[in-house]
Design a protein around this ligand. Structure first.
Ligand SMILES: NC(=O)c1ccc[n+]([C@@H]2O[C@H](COP(=O)([O-])OP(=O)(O)OC[C@H]3O[C@@H](n4cnc5c(N)ncnc54)[C@H](O)[C@@H]3O)[C@@H](O)[C@H]2O)c1
Length: 319
């Protein structure tokens, strides 16, 4: 993956108080590689104090390695930014607590939580094992819950003490969950769950000054290597719509103190930011009383022919 070398030269040595996220404390999960790494580098460049979390495992979630998180921290610090590493598993209840506590102890507050860590265990439903199902649910759904829950606990305490802040949570959904993708019942179910989790969390946490949004990113990383294989690549010195660095600016915008957006889900890829609407009612049949099956056979069968307009920019490209 091409590095955005130009960006570093823009901000390297610049005053950290000038950035869009100056002084804000951010936890970013799965920030040792891919999309999360780019979030961390940009957040560091924009003046945030960043806790770079990464378990450092394989794409299927097995294994662990502290070097990816440490390398990203080194890059941020070398360029004049502020960052510390964390190697906890975000789906571990106590590990997620350590992560949130680490930010608060090191930097005195927490303003931004980016839940990004993720794995894949793709398999057709008919062959999927319960271990493959559980592993994906655990990292994505439980991993989003555990960190957000501990952050919410901290923010409620702050609020009780009269220290309301402008906090932001950015969760990571997927086109696989929002549009559906063959071979990913586990991953898609977890990712649509994350979009709904985000909407509900936004409603619940608004009273503490917390906005919650979700993004569905699309970029070339090790998780999408199978899809990108054989596709034409732009020359190394040209902007690539596949670059994971393209996702970070919108996430940074959602994390800014005065951003008004909350409770929304976006698809972010290349230079595009698409706003989703949630599941919506598009047709209705109604009777003032108890339906019979035969009446519904006559009145409801046309639901089979009501068209959906998914506006999927990846139509025909996935699966
Ligand atoms: N790349 C895409 O096009 C795409 C599309 C849709 C959604 N996503 C989502 O974006 C996020 C980032 O994916 P990526 O493509 O950058 O993949 P990646 O594999 O490059 O990065 C994911 C990182 O998460 C870390 N991680 C995994 N499990 C962890 C755990 N339990 N605790 C802490 N860290 C953990 C990994 O070590 C890895 O460094 C994921 O949630 C993924 O599902 C990516």
């Amino acid at each position: 993956m091409r590095a955005h070398a130009g960006r570093f030269s823009i901000w390297k040595g610049a005053s950290q108080t000038m950035g869009e996220l100056a002084g804000r404390v951010a936890v970013i999960t799965g920030a040792g590689r891919g999309i999360g790494r780019e979030h961390a580098l940009l957040f560091g460049a924009e003046g945030a104090k960043v806790v770079v979390n990464d378990l450092g495992g394989n794409p299927d979630g097995t294994g662990a390695d502290s070097s990816p998180a440490q390398q990203v921290v080194d890059e941020i610090v070398d360029a004049g930014g502020t960052a510390i590493p964390n190697y906890d598993d975000v789906s571990d209840w106590e590990g997620a607590k350590r992560l949130i506590d680490q930010a608060v102890h090191a930097y005195g507050d927490l303003h931004i939580l980016v839940n990004n860590a993720g794995i894949l265990r793709d398999r057709m439903l008919v062959n999927m094992t319960v271990e493959e199902w559980d592993a994906v649910m655990k990292v994505h759904l439980r991993g989003h819950f555990c960190t957000t829950r501990w952050a919410a606990t901290f923010w409620r305490e702050q609020s009780k003490e009269g220290r309301d802040g402008r906090r932001s949570v950015i969760n990571t959904s997927s086109g696989s969950g929002l549009f559906g993708n063959v071979g990913q019942t586990n991953y898609g179910a977890a990712k649509i769950g994350i979009a709904t989790f985000s909407m509900i969390a936004d409603s619940e946490l608004a009273r503490y000054g917390v906005r919650v949004n979700a993004i569905a990113p699309a970029a070339a990383t090790r998780l999408t290597a199978a899809f990108s294989e054989g596709r034409p690549q732009p020359p190394p010195d040209e902007w690539s719509p596949q670059d994971p660095a393209n996702i970070a600016p919108f996430v940074a915008y959602l994390a800014t103190e005065d951003c008004p957006i909350h409770g929304r889900t976006f698809l972010v890829t290349g230079g595009q930011v698409h706003l989703f609407q949630p599941f919506a009612v598009i047709d209705t049949v109604e009777k003032k009383g108890l339906w019979t099956v035969d009446e519904l056979r006559r009145e409801a069968a046309h639901f089979a022919d009501v068209p959906f307009h998914l506006n999927n920019p990846f139509e025909g490209q996935m699966g």
